[in-house]
Design a binder for this molecule. Structure first.
Ligand code: SR1
Ligand code: MG
Length: 419
């Protein structure tokens, strides 16, 4: 049924929230003051949920509540409320695996599908910062480290095997959310699916892409890997709208697309969003500061990959405790395990580049686009910039091995940026 068997579920509203959460100690004690005096704003601008900022005399919290349908489409697309408890599970695990990056959770109400969490201030959504041309110190480093820590510590390189298997079993109860990724990210971009839309002037590029049978075969192989390879717990939707930042602080929010999947997926998705910020810049910057800002985004991408590798290697050397590559396997014979780590990192880099290409495609061809391109009003210019993005994505999917070297990757982005 529509409310997952929770007959008491009721969507919150600005004028009902204080009465409904005013008695909840975990909320009231942080917000402070009489609930009737709380300032409450609905600020959700994502595709799925309600999000409120609640402010009282001593502080603010964020209240996020799942709706029983996809907000961006409406009630015609029902979506189970149970997704909120998987988001809660993901937040709790991320807090352990990559401390101080995800927002702290204060309260979870399963029947109401709501999570009360830390209000990140003065952070703003990274996508908006990148469109405005703002820089964030340590952006690539922090995201690379976050991806490495969650990838490593959510896998059997770190977790005891029974614990990891139980967690995979738990998350396998979340069937609705992965189904969205499987179609919107991996499938719909490559054929005329009903909900797709794209900039009209991009049609010749789109038609050509959809005629590319080897490309579609590669993408479907990557989809199989995404669904079948449960090697770690993913964020699952690590785009620049899932990152909040100030000039010096980076936080990751919104893991409701979390599932067990391949270690390369989050890294690839994050880099794709940096590349889309890069390609869309000519529409958002004046000539005089365009080149410098684009160069900075490329530095972020390099830092993201290099800090992923450095952090993963560090964890491999210091925290490897799981069933894979037990220390004695190498050390008993005086061998080094470093080659095994390097081989795994090569494989992750290769897959991340291909997943990156797929995310670059779906954000201009499928249902859920991003503001970097969507806010370009001149559709001819938008299509020209989107074409660079689509064609680079195609290259990354078809021959990722040619761009594992980061200088080759950066040169490829620069070359498409001139087309
Ligand atoms: C119907 S949900 C569309 C997209 O929004 C989320 O943020 C995910 O990226 C999903 O693919
Ligand atoms: Mg989201």
């Amino acid at each position: 049924d529509q409310h997952d068997g929770n007959p008491r579920y009721e969507a919150l509203a600005v004028d009902t929230l204080a009465a409904r959460l005013g008695d909840v100690h975990e909320v009231a004690s942080r917000v402070g003051g009489a609930p009737t005096n709380w300032e409450i704003r609905e600020v959700g601008d994502g595709n799925l949920n309600l999000v409120f900022i609640v402010t009282g005399t001593t502080g603010s919290v964020v209240v996020k509540q799942a709706l029983p349908y996809v907000r961006m489409v409406g009630e015609s697309w029902p979506l189970p409320l149970y997704r909120a408890h998987f988001e809660y599970y993901a937040l709790v695990r991320q807090a352990k695996r990559a401390p101080n990056i995800a927002p702290e959770v204060f309260y979870f109400d399963k029947p109401q599908a709501l999570i009360v969490m830390e209000y990140l201030y003065p952070h703003t959504i990274l996508r908006r910062k990148l469109i405005k041309g703002e820089r964030v110190a340590q952006l690539g480093e922090t995201i690379g480290q976050f991806c490495a820590r969650t990838a490593f510590r959510g896998s059997e390189l770190s977790l005891p095997s029974p614990e990891k298997k139980q967690d995979v079993g738990l998350f396998s109860g979340n069937v609705a959310i992965p189904a969205i990724t499987e179609s919107l990210v991996f499938t719909d971009p490559y054929y005329g699916a009903a909900m797709n839309h794209h900039t009209p002037e991009l049609s010749p590029v789109v038609d050509e892409l959809r005629r590319n049978a080897p490309l579609k075969a590669k993408v479907q192989r990557l989809l199989m890997k995404f669904t079948a390879n449960t090697e770690t717990m993913l964020h699952g939707d690590l785009h620049s709208g899932s990152i909040m930042a100030t000039d010096t602080s980076v936080r990751v929010i919104d893991p409701e697309f979390s599932q067990y999947g391949p270690m390369a997926f989050d890294l690839g998705m994050a880099v794709a969003n940096f590349l889309m910020a890069y390609f869309s810049q000519p529409a958002h910057r004046q000539e005089d500061d365009l080149a410098d800002y684009q160069a900075w985004i490329l530095e972020v991408i390099e830092a993201c990959f290099t800090s992923f590798d450095a952090e993963f290697r560090h964890l491999w050397q210091t925290e490897r405790t799981g069933i894979l590559f037990p220390r004695a396997l190498f050390e008993e014979q005086g061998n080094s395990a470093d080659d095994a780590c390097d081989a795994l990192l090569d494989e992750i880099r290769l897959d991340a580049l291909a997943y990156c290409g797929i995310e670059m495609h779906r954000r201009v061809l499928s249902l859920a686009h991003n503001a970097d391109f969507e806010e370009i009003e001149d559709t001819a210019l938008r299509a020209r910039l989107e074409a660079r993005n689509v064609l680079m994505g195609q290259t990354l999917i078809m021959e990722p091995e040619a761009y594992c070297d980061l200088s080759a990757l950066i040169a490829l982005a620069s070359a498409f940026n001139q087309k």
